[in-house]
Design a protein. Structure first.
Ligand code: FAD
Ligand code: NAP
Ligand code: SF4
Length: 678
């Protein structure tokens, strides 16, 4: 077979002896919430089949508990439950018989949202809901048999293999680590005993499923725990897992409870793959690496460097089901890149019971519900505003065959994403704008930049549909002194249009207040673009690999030296409304940089001295050189009102529709759904 000209390593097949993977990209496991939804398995089947058609070599399903105590979701412990899984395996194998699909067996142990949860010892996780019951000898035997039985049922259901998750703070990993395994019997104590459960799971699964079934074991190659596994212990475990019969080892990098970001957008691309590369030298079976590999060139570099045999991309497959196909066909500029925001995926998974989707691709996990079908009646559509809402509307409408004209007053497309992309750690936002620009070109959208349109212009334009996506205008609090020269809007602060002093008060602590604090407190290269800076900032030692990768390493952050205070009126903790899975990283970063956070503030006035307030009913003056206003936003609807007055039927989308609690997730979703219907 001729190697692929651009991605020879990505598109090299992998021979496992009894079966072959057609390329080196697998879709990593993600719980979607569909597992428990009505018609969930039909929807999962369509979701996975779309990714199979999109060119991926192997799919790992979201985690499925092997018994009732192992989690709170849809388990697999009976033949009836196995029957539902057939929908998935048949859909994937029909979509492409060469694509393999493995089911992940997930025993969440002490992290189960289940009062009957079990663990090696009764140690409650910092992030767990319940204190687990310590397993007795019979309980351990039952769990081991349940793993094996679950694997047999997966085989019956038509899967090509299973992935056993032995990382992240779930059951198997809690046997490995001393702080969660306090046992004194043969399953606890020294490392050989603590490893026994993991090895026994693999041994029993292999004995049950026979030789011709893929068994993958997911290991924490760097658990990011103080006192976690040493490098020697990681290697010893991996070798024992290989000897017990696994075909592939997959590397994972963090326990969920560890205070180190490993997949957020501030994490550099492929930051951890060299750790997998070190482990690869100690094993003979293939290794999978993961985390922040979101584009084919990153995957190619990682594989070419010898870091791994396979790369796992999980969220990137939500963002673009055709990622692999587009790379194969030389259409990588059409890839809708995962920006690692977690806003519609992991924040939904961990934040309650909202099903997973994707900020940049609202069809994700709704493949049976949302269709962008070609239109039978092409219309002339005018869209005003090329922010995320206008761009999403234009892309979907034009892709369906409508003739779209897009106007923006600015010199470039993107709206507020042009501010977001300038925040250190948010560089991935450039990719979304690259994607939309390519879609506008590909689908023949006529774009008029530097064009502020008004209602008469649109009324005279002969359009069948007018869409107003004019976004927002920043809220200006009615505060004496709000026009004092030391007051700066967040737009001017981010664009560097006004000087910012050494002592700064940020008025408003929502997402934008935090981003402005990040920008103004930041110094040096962005950690998202520099692995060494990132490692220092989060206290990771990739070179010496102390226990957990972090034991004894002090985080060192560079700061601009500014004295910054972030203020809000609410009495809730500052930053509590930020993303469920990423908010803590922003709070911790700013705290380490010395940014003060004050809640319960009443703003009184601004003058030459600074910002006068009452905090908890006590007068307090923040003597600052600059006050940056980040007090939320109001919809910009002047154009819409003018169009209404002229009687032009108009659709409103994005911030122009509703500015309160607006984010790009809502803007893109609303615009895409409306454009799917015109
Ligand atoms: P906008 O992005 O505001 O776009 C409106 C466009 O309309 C503008 O380009 C404007 O020039 C144009 N326009 C207005 N009037 C006219 C006219 N009369 N004629 C022609 N053109 C006109 N959201 C998230 O989900 N996640 C984040 O991490 C995130 N980070 C952010 C960070 C920053 C610093 C900022 C400022 C915002 C961030 N947001 C984030 C919010 C997100 O960018 C907005 O929710 C989103 O841009 C709203 O999209 P929109 O299309 O409705 O409006
Ligand atoms: P926001 O999150 O709604 O925050 C607005 C802030 O202004 C709050 O702190 C609010 O807190 C304060 N405020 C509101 N009215 C005020 C008034 N009249 N006077 C003084 N203060 C007032 O909005 P945002 O920060 O502008 O962000 C806009 C959108 O972009 C949000 O939906 C956000 O989710 C999104 N975004 C997301 C991220 C992300 O990382 N996910 C990053 C940036 C932006 P008090 O009322 O308590 O003072
Ligand atoms: Fe990636 Fe954000 Fe989409 Fe999740 S929501 S898949 S992190 S782009």
């Amino acid at each position: 077979m001729t190697p692929h000209p651009r991605y020879p390593h990505v598109f090299a097949p992998l021979d496992l002896g009894f079966t072959q993977l057609k390329n080196r990209v697998l879709m990593g496991s993600m719980h979607t919430g569909l597992e428990e939804a009505e018609n969930g398995f039909e929807r999962l089947a369509a979701y996975y089949a779309e990714r199979a058609r999109g060119g991926v070599g192997m799919i790992i399903t979201g985690g499925i508990p092997p018994n009732a105590e192992a989690g709170s979701g849809s388990k697999l412990s009976t033949s009836e439950e196995a029957a539902a899984h057939r929908l998935i395996t048949q859909a994937v194998h029909t979509a492409d018989p060469d694509v393999k699909i493995c089911m992940q067996i997930l025993h969440t142990g002490a992290l189960a949202r289940n009062p009957n949860c079990v663990a090696p010892s009764a140690v409650k996780s910092r992030i767990g809901s319940f204190t687990p019951t310590a397993l007795d000898a019979a309980g351990i035997e039952k769990q081991l048999n349940d793993f094996a039985h679950c694997a047999a049922l997966a085989q019956q259901a038509g899967y090509d293999g299973v992935e056993i998750i032995g990382s992240a703070g779930y059951l198997i990993s809690t046997f490995l680590v001393q702080k969660t395994n306090l046992r004194t019997d043969e399953w606890g104590g020294d490392y050989a005993n603590r490893m026994r459960f993991a090895v026994e799971v693999v041994r029993r699964v292999r004995a049950t499923v026979g030789a011709k079934f893929i068994v993958i074991f997911r290991i924490s190659a760097m658990d990011m725990l103080e006192g976690g596994l040493s490098w020697e212990e990681v290697v010893t475990l991996a070798q024992a897992i290989e000897a017990a019969g696994a075909n592939i080892i997959s590397t994972h990098f963090c326990w969920h409870e560890a205070p180190v970001p490993t997949i957020a957008t501030m994490v550099p691309r492929a930051a951890f793959t060299q750790v997998t590369g070190r482990l690869r030298k100690a094993l003979t079976i293939p290794l999978i690496t993961s985390n922040r590999i979101n584009m084919p060139d990153v995957a190619e570099t990682v594989l070419a460097r010898g870091d791994a045999d396979l790369v796992s991309m999980a969220r990137p497959m939500l963002a673009d089901p055709e990622l692999v196909l587009k790379a194969q066909e030389g259409r990588e500029d059409e890839i809708n890149t995962c920006i690692a925001c977690n806003q519609a995926c992991l924040d939904h998974t961990f934040g309650g019971h909202r099903p997973v989707s994707c900020l940049v691709n609202p069809r994700a996990c709704r493949e049976t519900l949302i269709h962008y079908r070609p239109t039978a009646r092409p219309k002339q559509v005018a869209i005003v505003g090329a922010g995320p809402a206008g761009l999403a509307y234009a892309t979907v409408a034009a892709q369906r065959g409508h003739r779209v004209t897009l106007f923006d007053a600015a010199a470039e497309i993107g709206g507020q994403f042009n501010l977001a992309k300038r925040i250190p750690g948010k560089e991935e936002f450039y990719e979304t704008l690259r994607y939309y620009q390519r879609m506008l070109d590909k689908h023949g959208v006529t774009v008029h930049l530097n064009t502020r349109v008004d209602a008469p212009m649109l009324a005279a334009g002969g359009f069948d549909e007018v869409v107003v996506a004019t976004g927002i205008t920043p809220r200006e609090p009615a505060l004496p002194g709000i026009h004092h020269p030391k007051v700066v809007s967040y737009i001017d602060a981010i664009l560097g249009r006004k000087p910012i002093g050494q002592r700064v008060a940020i008025l408003g602590a929502g997402g934008i207040g935090f981003d402005v604090a990040e920008l103004l407190s930041h110094a040096g290269p962005s950690g998202a673009l520099d692995r060494d800076v990132f490692a220092k900032e989060w206290g990771i030692d990739f070179e010496k690999h102390p226990r957990g990768g972090v034991t004894g390493v002090q985080p060192q952050t560079q700061t601009s030296g500014r004295s910054i205070t972030l203020l809000q009126r609410k009495t809730t903790p500052v930053g509590s409304s930020l993303g469920r899975t990423t908010g803590w990283t922003h709070r911790l970063t700013l705290t380490r940089r010395g940014v003060r956070m004050v809640n319960g503030v009443d703003y009184l006035h601004i003058d030459d001295v600074g910002l006068h307030t009452r905090v908890n009913d006590q007068p307090q003056v923040f003597e600052v050189d600059t006050v940056v206003v980040c007090a939320g936003q109001l919809p910009l609807r002047t154009l819409y009102d003018d169009l209404q007055a002229l009687g032009v039927p108009t659709q409103l989308v994005g911030g122009a529709f509703e500015a309160s609690e607006l984010d790009a997730k809502r803007a893109i979703e609303q615009a895409s759904l409306l454009a799917a219907e015109i």
